[in-house]
Design a protein around this ligand. Structure first.
Ligand code: MN3
Length: 207
């Protein structure tokens, strides 16, 4: 996002709280969007107010995040990550990608199923709170990884740099009400709501 940070707005949720049932329950969606994401957004705005960061583009800030306060890293990451997360899900989601994205996945991972296996593994084995990602690297190839806390592959501190095109929130707040400690069940359910048209649009934009 090239938008200056002080011009960012809190995004609309593109569907109703109960739209992703039964895979993601309505109460989790409501709390996650209206409280967790809202808090990251409000805290980001408060952290950049009256600083040089306010006029920077959001992408530029994330790409240079090591120079800025931890509150900006955590809340800026939180805002970016959740904004992406809501959009890569849809009540009409699921299935498999098509077109250029499908071809790129087969080229990199051999098959959709092998990419899925790597992604599931990244999501399940991230210890504590974090995210799993499918990203486009600088050489335009795809990669799967996970990150701690609210970090993401755009950040200069990331161990797996790239432009994220698909992300899964594996913080307990994303699944605990419905799945309790069974993170693998939540990770499996995610595939039923992925909006592949959006992920493919993200892929094309990243090239
Ligand atoms: Mn979250």
């Amino acid at each position: 996002m090239k938008t200056p940070i002080n011009k960012l707005t809190f995004p609309e949720l593109p569907y109703a709280f109960d739209a992703l049932e039964p895979h993601i329950d309505a109460m989790t969606m409501e709390i996650h969007y209206t409280r967790h994401h809202r808090a990251y957004f409000d805290n980001l705005m408060a952290a950049v107010k009256d600083t040089e960061m306010a006029d920077m583009s959001f992408d530029e800030l994330l790409q240079n995040i090591s120079k800025y306060p931890t509150a900006v890293r955590n809340n800026g990451g939180g805002h970016f990550n959740h904004s992406l997360f809501w959009k890569v899900m849809s009540p009409n989601g699921g299935g498999k990608p098509s077109g250029e994205l499908a071809a790129a996945i087969e080229k990199e991972f051999e098959s959709f199923e092998k990419m899925q296996e790597q992604f599931n593994n990244a999501a399940k084995t991230r210890f504590g709170s974090g995210w799993a990602w499918l990203s486009v690297k600088a050489d335009k190839s795809l990669c799967v990884c996970s990150s701690p806390n609210q970090d993401n592959p755009l950040m200069d501190v990331s161990e797996c740099k790239g432009i994220p095109i698909l992300g899964l929130d594996v913080w307990e707040h994303a699944y605990y009400l419905k799945y309790q400690n069974k993170r693998p069940d939540y990770v499996s359910a995610f595939w039923n709501v992925i909006n592949w048209a959006e992920v493919e649009a993200n892929y094309k934009a990243a090239l």
